[in-house]
Design a protein around this ligand. Structure first.
Ligand SMILES: O=c1ccn([C@H]2C[C@H](O)[C@@H](COP(=O)(O)O)O2)c(=O)[nH]1
Ligand SMILES: [Zn+2]
Length: 159
């Protein structure tokens, strides 16, 4: 008889998004994203981080003050990194798992590359204009989104 305790596709891909987020150097919010096709094959992954060549140790990681001296102008978002990291052809009809609901800039990239569904874990910025703009664009463009259903399964990975 087959093993019963295996994880679902959603758990598998959100698990990979969560593991990708562990690579983030952002001290306040670590975001991970995983893109999959409709055969449940992983196409790409990403996490929020400084652009290639921009030294993590030199770039700012704060949130306030001079915009040229905090992270927001510089960090490349997890979802955009996952899209840009893809080395194949098209992302049309793919699904994107993200540990955070995509901001408006990521939403535009998601729509433009043809991703059709977004599954998200946290919607902690739901009340911001950025997230409301994302939802407006997704609704108009026919990109569906749903919250990831947390099942409370604990997996320990001994690294
Ligand atoms: O769509 C998104 C939105 C945000 N992020 C990243 C960008 C930042 O590194 C953090 C947010 O930092 P806060 O300190 O919570 O403001 O999340 C992303 O990757 N994708
Ligand atoms: Zn974003």
């Amino acid at each position: 008889m087959k093993r019963a305790d295996y994880i679902s596709w959603d758990q598998y891909f959100m698990g990979i998004a969560l593991l990708s987020a562990e690579r983030s150097k952002d001290p306040s919010t670590q975001v991970g994203a995983c893109i999959v096709d409709d055969n449940n094959r992983i196409l790409s992954e990403g996490y929020n981080g400084m652009p290639a060549g921009c030294e993590d140790d030199i770039m700012p990681w704060g949130k306030i003050g001079d915009p040229l001296n905090n992270k927001y102008f510089f960090v490349c978002h997890a979802e955009l990194n996952a899209i840009l990291n893809y080395r194949g052809g098209s992302l049309k009809d793919a699904r994107l798992y993200s540990t955070l609901f995509p901001c408006n800039e990521c939403a535009k990239a998601i729509i433009q590359c043809g991703i059709k569904e977004v599954i998200y874990l946290s919607d902690k910025y739901a009340s911001t204009d950025s997230t409301m703009a994302s939802k407006r664009m997704f609704d108009m463009a026919g990109v569906t989104y749903r919250p990831y259903e947390v099942k409370g399964k604990k997996i320990t990975i001994d690294l």
